[in-house]
Design a protein around this ligand. Sequence first.
Ligand code: NAD
Ligand code: TDX
Length: 340
Amino acid sequence: MMTIIVTGGAGFIGGNFIHYYLSAHPEDRVICVDKLTYAGNLSTLAPVMDNPNFRFCKLDICDREGVFALFEEEKPDAVINFAAESHVDRSIENPEIFLQTNIIGTATMMDACRAFGNVRYHQVSTDEVYGDLPLDRPDLFFTETTPIHTSSPYSSSKAGADLLVQAYQRTYGLPITISRCSNNYGPYHFPEKLIPLMIANCLNNKPLPVYGEGLNVRDWLYVEDHCKAIDLILHKGRIGEVYNVGGHNEMRNIDIVKLIIHELGKDESLITYVTDRKGHDLRYAIDPTKIHEELGWFPETKFQDGIKKTIKWYLENRQWWEEIISGEYQNYYEKMYGNR
Ligand code: NAD
Ligand code: TDX
């Protein structure tokens, strides 16, 4: 039996991971550490709150005293660090909190791992640390040896954290792994991000704000496939290694938006082209050969099925996202999109 600390578990991917992990490993104990920022929702964890093998702990990963006290109490066998400020647009408006949570928070969690017996540590990173690829070179993909070359304060903070994780292994022998995943989609995705934002706006008959010409390409992966990859890396990955995780499922933003419109029976006249994101990455595309060959991982959910499941989830769980978009989110939306 293992005790694992999952940080950021009230967010999108961490929440999905906790649901997945508790059902895949019913013998293990999961402790969720989450600060409950604007992106954290306890309602995401409601289905597991009564599970005797689950504990929720409201805590900032930068709170050294609090983190050390929790380690002292729980003696975890492993840490999976999902907690982060995760939205590129917010990082362009205000980089500071990204440096704090994504870099200092990572260091704090790893310091606790060192202090309590070299605890196994997994860092959830992103393909954005590799920068972007040109649109006219479909033959190019990110591999684990692609140089780090970031574009936004968000991706730079994630890259800074990755370098620190590798340094902790080299310097202190901390048993680490890193996964760098492409864009996720699925249930519990916060509605500031492309897919849930377009679903929510469509359902509310609001304009669909497409940045630039909508030609940027992202490589979409169903969130459960990402969760399975992290589970495999935690249990079978080679210590010190980076694993790219992605679906070979590249789509242009505009095609995603049109697909959502058609699935929901709405009209393309809802599309509104708005000012582009500053420094907007053109294309992300992962080469997942390493995790496939070493750990046998491959994406199980096809995009056509995953997007239908996702839309169905948003239709059946309106309360979850309507509560989010009715609060402080309104001010965010007005600031980001009001005069765009
Ligand atoms: P999210 O924004 O939905 O959730 C982040 C969670 O972290 C929230 O619950 C929030 O309350 C918590 N958090 C933030 N700051 C914290 C702090 N200081 N202490 C404790 N908790 C804190 O993010 P997500 O989309 O679920 O992303 C999770 C991780 O996966 C991030 O590290 C992100 O960089 C990475 N990632 C995301 C994607 C994607 O497509 N969403 C793709 C690749 C990698
Ligand atoms: O309103 C929008 N209109 C639009 O055209 C929004 C919110 C986004 N976009 C575009 C920008 C991107 O090209 O859609 C694409 C996807 O945007 P996001 O959902 O913000 O995701 P992205 O910037 O690609 O980053 C995501 O994937 C990598 C996650 O948010 C990161 O946390 C992860 O590391």
